[in-house]
Design a protein around this ligand. Structure first.
Ligand code: ADP
Ligand code: MG
Length: 263
């Protein structure tokens, strides 16, 4: 190894589902991510917690390039995203391909309102991945069944509850069989009585070994499903570790205080 070789240039191990290294993101003069590094192996459930404005959404959005990072390194499913020195993607087609490896579920349900649930779920497989329509439809029916919406395939989103819409959004994200699911506060826009049905779907995915990064304010749920927890404070990882440690024996005074305010 030469003196110039930084350890950070080592290739990611094949089982790495997500690797984020020294990620920085600024909006103008506001530095929102100040050097975040985390990784997830296949099958990991990584919960990301932190106060409002700490950079959780920005972190997820940088991973699929909905936001352009300012600098850093991102590896998805073993493939490093080629970035220019300013963080911008060097290869648009690579970004498009990598996005099909990531299933993103947002706080707001983000379904296409003028399409039925079935049409929502087959959209990306058919039009982006060029999956034959009949095959995409049969897969979509299986996915809708898995999230408990088999009988709603031909319904438009407006006729569904928030919980049903969010479950449909999860089915849609699963339709590309993503390497990693990215959840950004998937239950925070829901009425309290609808939270449980969405958490149940996510819990089942975790139990099946689906790799995920999960931003959540449901601390009990994070403790239950995650095998690694990351606490973000003002754009930096203040503490991370196994859930029993983070929730049961937090070291950071900020984390202790955060847990008191949320739980
Ligand atoms: P969190 O999800 O943890 O609540 P965000 O990642 O949404 O935090 O936001 C972190 C900070 O970045 C906030 O101060 C927010 O106002 C700012 N921010 C997020 N997106 C943008 C944007 N597109 N332009 C300018 N500032 C933004
Ligand atoms: Mg957010």
């Amino acid at each position: 190894m030469t003196a110039q070789t930084r350890q950070t240039d080592a290739p990611a191990p094949a089982e790495t589902a997500i690797l984020v290294e020294d990620l920085h993101k600024s909006f103008g003069t506001l530095e929102v991510l100040k050097g975040v590094s985390l990784s997830a192996r296949k099958g990991d459930v990584v919960a990301i917690i932190g106060g409002s404005g700490s950079g959780k959404s920005t972190l997820l959005r940088c991973i699929n390039f909905l936001e352009t990072p300012t600098s850093g390194r991102i590896v998805v499913a073993g493939e490093e995203i080629a970035m220019r020195a300013d963080g911008s993607p060097a290869n648009r087609r690579q970004i498009e391909r990598i996005r099909t490896r990531l299933g993103m579920v947002f706080q707001a349900f983000n379904l296409w309102t003028h399409r039925t649930l079935l049409e929502n779920v087959i959209e990306v497989p058919v039009y982006v991945l060029k999956t034959p329509r009949a095959e995409a439809i049969s897969r979509a029916r299986v996915l809708l069944d898995r999230v408990g919406l088999a009988d709603k395939a031909d319904t438009f989103p407006a006729f569904l509850s928030g919980g049903q819409q969010q479950r449909a959004a999860i089915a849609r994200a699963l339709a590309v069989d993503p390497s990693v699911m990215l959840f950004d506060e998937p239950t925070s826009a829901l009425d309290p009585e609808l939270v449980g049905e969405v958490l149940t779907v996510i819990r089942d995915l975790a139990a099946e070994g689906r790799t995920m990064l999960l931003v959540t304010h449901e601390m009990k749920f994070a403790r239950e499903v995650a095998n690694h927890v990351v606490y973000l404070f003002e754009g930096q990882i203040e503490e991370q570790g196994p859930p029993d440690q983070l929730f049961g024996a937090p070291k950071s005074a900020r984390l202790k205080q955060f847990l008191q305010t949320v739980g």
